[in-house]
Design a protein around this ligand. Structure first.
Ligand code: GLY
Length: 586
């Protein structure tokens, strides 16, 4: 069964069952609260919440589609048997037309009768599996779905009860959401994989995670086309299906299997993103495109692929999909040009990255992460090219480094990237592109140095009273009761620059809050800290560190990365509070 046939079977089945076929929407969604389209329901969001009327637009309350989707949430898993960044989702949707019973029966009938597949088990929502402080805790158990599956002959052991994994949405900040029932089927490896997610949109979730019932109940389902093909074509993994096998064959035969998979997924995703108008950049969707594209290009560079391989991959992607997505034909030239342009730019960065790698006497996880972050060198390349110097480097430490770095930016990221990507937006650090983030990190470490220098020059009554950092400058407020003299300002500036010149390491340790206070780590009185805190220190050991502060990071690895520190302004902003504005130069 080819992918063409499965597509046709799916759409025709739902058409036959009173659904209107709607084409895939663009990967750039009209819903601005998300960067890219991650699900079939996104183009239908206004119909669930009553903003638009399905009858006037589709002449039906039920629709079906095959939607182009892009998710960064699974990016680390790409290369295994079943995860991708770009994929297509088969879906049927109802805006007040039908609800649980019909939705489950339709899915059952399609799998069972049309495709002859056997369901292994299903899952339903159960709030007793949800943490007590979770916003989904008060959603009732989905007993109705349980009964429907029971009536279809499923014994209780095949109807598993799950928590938040069986609750979908909202996408972005707010929107329709509700409990789900998921269908699992065994693959050729005899493992059960999730194949279809059937969502019952019963609630509207607002920005504060408050749920209110929707006026009309909705149905939203999503079934990954590639996974379904893997089952129907009886393959061990999605890369053996007819949406991938010809792509993998283009790559050098001796290349590692996982790398082949990553390259083919990332090139395919890049082709589709560019066709929908995304261009590589340092911001938002453009940044995601740049990241995946560079991930593919880096292998070409390191393993010195023959000249035409990437282009052949692009042509092959277009060939596989052109009958379904005509934009690939009209945008072919632009796709080739954009990828070539990005490649030329990135090759220069890679040249510098490799030089940097060669320069380092030892490559530990921190340096590996730095090389990854700054030059786009992937872990496996660093490990391979590092040779003896990277003998002690292992993936777990690298990953930890990555997670530490990401932690502080998570709150900001979740808003726009669904958990992945890079946006730094905490109370005091604000940035949204790769370059801005690097600048903010340099300013952040400089701010720690500034506080300690102020204490050395003015005395220990200096305490932080606030701070705000953006890519332009740091603004640091502190307690002190008079204007600083020019000499004092110069002295402070000189001390900071001296510490930068010493190129001291910056590290953190986690410790009990009381212990951190005991060793004199500086904290910010307005902030409430958890029982275990991170203490960032400047110097080789915490015992004799020159600066120690309660802080979530992120920071530079060595103070030398900060550049030249310049105080631009000192002023009073209220009784006993002074403010310094400072910048860093390359
Ligand atoms: N909207 C349902 C899903 O993506 O799983």
């Amino acid at each position: 069964m080819t992918h063409f046939l499965i597509r046709e079977k799916f759409l025709n089945f739902f058409k036959k069952n009173n659904h209107v076929i709607v084409p895939s929407s663009s990967l750039i969604p009209s819903d601005k609260s998300v960067l890219l389209t991650t699900a079939g329901m996104q183009q239908f969001k206004p119909y669930y919440i009553g903003e638009l009327d399905p009858i006037s637009d589709f002449n039906s309350k039920n629709t079906t589609s095959i939607q182009k989707c892009f998710r960064t949430s699974d990016i680390d898993e790409v290369g295994d048997e079943s995860h991708l960044t770009f994929f297509e989702m088969l879906g049927n949707f109802s805006f007040g037309g039908y609800f649980k019973k019909e939705a489950i029966l339709l899915a059952y009938e399609f799998l069972n009768k049309e495709l002859n597949l056997e369901i292994d088990y299903v899952t339903i929502f159960d709030p007793s599996k949800v943490a007590s402080d979770d916003w989904r805790k008060n959603v009732p158990e989905d007993k109705e779905s349980f009964e429907i599956w029971r009536n279809l002959g499923f014994e209780e052991s095949r109807i598993k009860k799950e928590g938040i994994d069986n609750f979908w949405g909202p996408t972005g900040n707010e929107g329709p959401c509700g409990p789900t029932t998921e269908i699992y089927i065994k693959n050729k490896n005899n493992q059960s994989i999730e194949i279809w997610n059937i969502v019952f949109n019963e609630y509207f979730c607002d920005k504060n995670k408050i749920l209110t019932p929707l006026k009309t109940n909705g149905v939203d389902t999503g079934m990954g086309l590639e996974r379904l093909l893997m089952i129907c074509q009886n393959k061990f993994n999605i890369f053996e299906t007819d949406l991938f096998d010809s792509l993998l064959k283009i790559l050098p035969t001796n290349l590692d299997q996982k790398i082949k998979r990553i390259i083919s997924d990332h090139i395919k995703a890049s082709v589709f993103l560019i066709a929908d108008g995304v261009l590589p950049s340092n911001k938002e969707a453009g940044y995601i495109l740049r990241r995946i594209l560079r991930r593919a290009i880096v292998y070409e560079y390191i393993y010195k692929f023959e000249k035409n391989i990437l282009n052949n991959l692009i042509y092959e992607v277009i060939k596989i999909y052109k009958e379904i997505y005509s934009e690939l034909i009209t945008k072919e030239q632009a796709i080739l040009e954009e990828i070539l342009k990005e490649k030329e730019k990135f090759y220069k960065t890679l040249d510098r990255g490799l030089k940097e790698l060669k320069k380092r006497p030892e490559i530990n996880s921190k340096i590996a992460f730095y090389l990854y972050e700054t030059f786009g060198l992937p872990y496996e390349i660093i490990k391979e090219l590092g040779g003896q110097k990277a003998l002690n480097l292992n993936y777990d430490d690298f990953k930890k480094e990555f997670e530490n770095h990401q932690e502080i930016s998570r709150r900001g990221q979740e808003k726009k990237f669904g958990g992945h990507g890079l946006i730094l937006d905490t109370k005091e650090l604000k940035a949204s592109s790769e370059e801005e983030i690097k600048k903010v990190i340099r300013l952040h470490t400089a701010t720690h140095l500034l506080q300690q220098a102020l204490r050395e020059v003015l005395g220990n009554e200096v305490r932080q009273a606030g701070s705000d950092i953006n890519p332009e400058r740091t603004r640091f407020d502190f307690t002190f009761n008079r204007k600083l003299t020019q000499e004092e300002i110069k002295k402070v500036e000189n001390i900071v620059n001296q510490k930068i010149n010493e190129d001291l390491p910056v590290n953190f340790v986690e410790m009990k809050k009381e212990d951190a206070e005991k060793i004199g780590a500086l904290s910010f009185f307005k902030e409430k800290y958890p029982p275990i805190v991170k203490v960032y220190f400047v110097g080789s050991k915490i015992e004799n560190a020159w600066s120690k502060e309660f802080c979530g990071g992120p920071h530079v690895l060595k103070t030398g990365e900060i550049g030249k520190f310049v105080i631009q302004k000192e002023e009073g902003i209220g009784s006993g509070i002074r403010r310094i504005r400072a910048i860093v130069l390359p």
